[in-house]
Design a protein around this ligand. Structure first.
Ligand code: TRP
Ligand code: SF4
Length: 364
């Protein structure tokens, strides 16, 4: 059995198995319903969905829809966060009503992050999000502990609609903090509809968040008579492999690249990254490399190469033995460093600007 724990380790061995077990649909099936899909959708990085059809339809017909997602403020911003930010900005350009929450209730109660650090990390993520191109004046950006009214009321009233056994079946062992966090996330996901009435809502997340989607959809169905919710939709993205070939983890600095990483360190990490290259140069030229298991190719696909044709060229050149790992890593590192330098310059400006558009945590 595949286990998904939103508070555990997030490594997935087989996406196929996971989709089968939980009834997540393949994204490829629905790709042709979009006029201009996000590169992650075309590249198979966004691999699955629930009920995305109604969101695709709203996009096509220019009807209103919302995008809601959240960040756990548990550490430094890194490329994993950037990947979600990229999707958020894309949805806003596609005219979604954008809601982004900083899950400080969850980080404090479940991850035991101090209130001060929740604020620091959370504001940092939001500044990067604005630097990526989000128009903060048109989005709802909030910390869970600071949002008022309907939202907190709903997160409590929702408790009536689920049994302890159901929660245990979804999440495994529970703590009071986990129960509060789960019900808070239900209110997050339904917030656009609580504030603006029924509309299709898409929640782009990693697979580890699917338990929250299932709970939210159950509660949305059970409160339909009272609130009239449309069941929220979701998309699921794959996680990037750690640069050392293992799991990308904030406790292993060699596995990830932070968004404020300096150029020297970026270059060092990329030059040391695990590739799909052969042992000798001769072999590489003769047999070609394997971009499918290469963390450097992943960097191109997730972050560095926006153009699909160029990405395909890198892929083909690698397979044909026309691309060698040394220069390939160097190219990747240089482009990534330039991109992050630009991002950090923009972030410095946004840091001050966004403050007035964020619903801050209680007491801040
Ligand atoms: N639980 C999410 C995480 O660990 C953060 C989160 C909070 C969230 N509320 C959300 C994600 C609503 C999507 C939608 O990253
Ligand atoms: Fe990876 Fe580039 Fe080497 Fe191919 S050439 S295996 S893409 S580093």
């Amino acid at each position: 059995m595949v286990k998904l724990d939103p508070w555990g380790s997030a490594q997935v061995k087989s996406y196929k198995k996971l989709m089968k077990e939980f009834g997540i649909q393949p994204f490829s099936e629905i790709l042709n319903k979009l006029d201009d899909p996000h590169p992650y959708m075309k590249r198979g990085i966004i691999y699955g969905h629930r009920d995305f059809g109604r969101v695709a339809e709203a996009m096509k017909k220019h009807e209103k829809f919302a995008m809601m997602t959240g960040f756990m403020p548990s550490g430094k911003a890194h490329l994993g966060h950037r990947m979600l930010m990229d999707q958020i900005v894309w949805y806003q350009k596609k005219r979604a009503l954008v809601y982004v929450c900083i899950a400080d209730v969850e980080a404090y109660t479940v991850r035991r992050i101090s209130r001060k650090d929740c604020l620091k990390f959370g504001m940092d993520y939001l500044a990067y999000l604005a630097a990526m191109g989000l128009d903060a004046t048109k989005a709802v950006l909030y910390f869970q502990s600071g949002k008022d009214g309907k939202y907190h009321a709903f997160s409590k009233l929702a408790a009536r609609k689920v049994t302890f056994n159901e929660l245990e079946a979804i999440y495994g062992s529970l703590t009071p903090g986990k129960i509060v966090s789960a019900l808070t996330q239900v209110a997050d996901i339904l917030l656009p509809q609580l504030e603006h009435g029924a509309m299709p809502t898409v929640v782009p997340v990693g697979s580890d968040q699917d338990p929250h989607m299932r709970l939210t959809r159950d509660i949305a169905a059970r409160t339909k008579a009272e609130y009239g919710f449309i069941l929220p939709s979701s998309t699921y993205h794959k996680f990037q492999t750690g640069l050392d070939g293992g799991k990308m983890s904030s406790s292993k600095p060699s596995s990830f690249i932070a968004l404020d990483e300096d150029e020297k360190s970026i270059k060092k990490k990329v030059m040391n990254a695990v590739t799909g290259g052969r042992i000798t140069l001769e072999e590489q030229k003769k047999l070609g490399g394997n971009p499918d298991v290469c963390t450097v190719f992943e960097l191109f696909a997730y972050h560095v190469e926006k153009n699909d044709k160029e990405l395909n060229r890198i892929y083909d050149e690698c397979k044909a033995g026309k691309r060698l790992c040394g220069p390939c890593k160097k190219e990747c590192a240089e482009k990534l460093a330039a991109m992050l330098k630009d991002l950090n310059e923009k972030k410095e400006v946004e840091k001050e600007r966004i403050k007035e558009f964020v619903v801050l945590p209680d007491g801040a």
